[in-house]
Design a protein around this ligand. Structure first.
Ligand SMILES: NC(=O)c1ccc[n+]([C@@H]2O[C@H](COP(=O)([O-])OP(=O)(O)OC[C@H]3O[C@@H](n4cnc5c(N)ncnc54)[C@H](OP(=O)(O)O)[C@@H]3O)[C@@H](O)[C@H]2O)c1
Length: 367
């Protein structure tokens, strides 16, 4: 039967939510919804029943309210991220919700707090490591993702949502925004007046535009669509190149900024774009290597050493970086660009939409 379960459930804590209740031998078991990958493929993504997890000592129960999609999530669901991934698994790394219950010893969080789980649950500070990287959400059974109604996280694995953001907006921050922040602020140390080149108008690139503008940079962006270029102009970019109509978009970028080229490139394209990105960057400039949208074949390193380019691989970021980013978002009142919000039962449609590449910024699923 379906009930609004506003009553103590496990004795230790209470759950406040409209949810499914099954009564088994006198006990109330709360059954909630979660998406599971049992077989790869968007059409195979299954909506299943799960019990509400109970927070142990040092843990927090979150009622998730929104999740956003990254290109990685598409790969995870389709089985191209890790074909050997242990199944079943709950997909998606980026979510936002509210604290519904806390386990013993938790003092940092209270019921009702609005929070986001961090992407790599064990990466609090410092450099990344194999162990920290492996704690990333949404790409394996152990670190189930956020496309579900309730989830338990360590009290260390959460950050507070900036007050001015909705759950849908906050759900875009843990991976896409933090990766862009890392590229522009942490690795890039972008200074006012420097020229930043961003590629395309996906989640990471649009956040990179926003952070680069906050840093006072001159932003040049590429896109396959004139319509999307108009939207980039609304975000304050200084110039744009349509990489469909200007196949030699690197030359077009150099025509705009002049020699010696841009100071920074936010590289999300991979093997199909890296040679042109390296051509567009100045000697001793910075290239943040983030993605491989066009593939990950080998590339010639000659330009890198001849131009003494600082090429930095980026892997999302730590909780400390996330907290710093949130302070900047709060002060600047930055609003994430949410292209479209799908309802929870439309998660498969949301993934198909993401796959079509027609989005500008982020695609969100309301939970
Ligand atoms: N290293 C990390 O920590 C990290 C974190 C997040 C993401 N990533 C990676 O970064 C990449 C982007 O992720 P995302 O989630 O932002 O993806 P996304 O939202 O799916 O971005 C898709 C957009 O990329 C643009 N694009 C595609 N091919 C392009 C090309 N040849 N040249 C320029 N732009 C192109 C298109 O923009 P237009 O329609 O405007 O042409 C497309 O709409 C992915 O490879 C992802 O795996 C890595």
């Amino acid at each position: 039967m379906i009930a609004d379960c506003r009553f103590p459930v496990f004795g230790k804590y209470s759950v406040t939510a409209a949810c499914f209740v099954s009564i088994v031998s006198g006990d109330h078991l709360i059954i909630v919804k979660a998406y599971e990958i049992n077989q790869f493929g968007i059409d195979k993504l299954a909506l299943t029943d799960r019990e509400v997890p109970e927070p142990g000592p040092g843990e927090v129960l979150i009622k998730l309210r929104a999740a956003s999609i990254n290109y990685r999530d598409l790969m995870v669901v389709e089985g191209t991220y890790n074909p050997k991934m242990k199944l079943p698994a709950v997909p998606f790394s980026d979510g936002a919700g509210e604290v519904t219950a806390v386990g013993d010893g938790v003092t940092k969080w209270n019921v009702g707090d609005r929070v986001m789980p961090i992407f790599a649950q064990h990466w609090i500070d410092g450099d990344s490591s194999e162990e920290k990287r492996r704690s990333s959400l949404g790409a394996g059974a152990y670190w189930d993702g956020v496309l579900r109604e309730y989830a338990v996280f360590s009290d260390e694995g959460l950050v507070r949502i900036p007050d001015h953001l909705s759950f849908e907006e906050a759900a875009t921050l843990p991976c896409a925004a933090l990766t862009a922040w890392n590229a522009i602020v942490v690795s890039g140390r972008v200074r006012p007046g420097e020229a930043v080149l961003t590629l395309g108008t996906g989640g990471v690139s649009v956040f990179a535009v926003q952070f680069a503008k906050i840093a006072g940079a001159r932003v040049i962006s590429t896109s396959s669509s004139d319509e999307k270029i108009e939207k980039l102009k609304d975000l304050g970019i200084d110039a744009a190149v349509n990489y469909r109509t200007r196949e030699d978009w690197d030359a077009a970028v150099l025509e705009i900024v002049g020699k010696p080229g841009v100071d920074h490139v936010v590289e999300v394209g991979g093997s199909g774009t890296i040679p042109r990105s390296l051509n567009a960057v100045r000697i001793a400039g910075h290239v943040a290597l983030i993605g491989a949208l066009t593939g990950a074949a080998n590339f010639n390193p000659t330009t890198v050493f001849m131009k003494a380019v600082r090429v930095q691989g980026i892997f999302v970021g730590s909780r400390t970086m996330f907290e710093d980013m949130n302070r900047a978002i709060e002060v600047s009142k930055l609003r994430p660009v949410v292209d479209r919000v799908f309802e929870f039962d439309e998660a498969r449609e949301a993934l198909e939409y993401m796959k079509s590449g027609s989005h500008f910024g982020k695609v969100v699923v309301r939970i």
